[in-house]
Design a protein. Sequence first.
Length: 255
Amino acid sequence: MLNHERLRAKYLRTVRSESYRMLKRYTDDLLKRAETAQTIGDVQAQAAREIDTVGIELLLTKIYKRVGADFAKLTIKDLNSQKAQRIEIDYWEDYFVSYSRTKLGQKISWIAGTTKQVMEDVVSRLGTIAGTEGWSIATYRNKLQEEFTFMNRYRAERIARTEIMVASNVGTLEGGRNSGIPVKKRWEPIVDQWSRPDHAAMEGVDPIGIDELFNVGGVMMQQPGDEAGGAEHVINCRCGLAIVPDTTYEDILNR
Ligand SMILES: [Zn+2]
């Protein structure tokens, strides 16, 4: 069985800095446009503009292509299915590039929406303080820069941890599906004081069919990180998916 927590850890540093750079590109872009602003209202108008999603798409594709593909391969290797291990070398990278293009639309617009919202909130919150304290426009811009850096660090950490978790579990599921042997899947929570009670309750629940849905406190999910669970089941979740050979008692007796 794969140790998800340990395996995911090796991606964190890189994905965190890639996520930070992605977010910084959006806030830098706003600060650049704010350079010519005469008033706080001008900056607020700039912050209200729609943002493009290119940076977010590129980041997610990179994460899923790397983490998803690695976990699919590791899962197949772990199940020791020689036939499935012979799948073409680039198959999984290609699979996850196309997965990112077709399956992540909702996530991309969600991250874009939050990014815009965070910038608007910071601009407006500091704008109020600027008004009461009588800041110059230059001071206001400096404070915006500081606050954006802080917010970007915090969000980069959360995006990196969450997306590594989702990509690793999707990779594990797809690896299991393509393992060439009959398999089931099991939800593997990390149980500690930070666990969601509904997720911790999945501990010890019997494996289900690879295409069946887990009932997570009344919410049906394909695997940990499944978008169907909504943000409240996905953000900062640390659960893993285990793929187990679907061996019957009869099979064991016949060995
Ligand atoms: Zn969880």
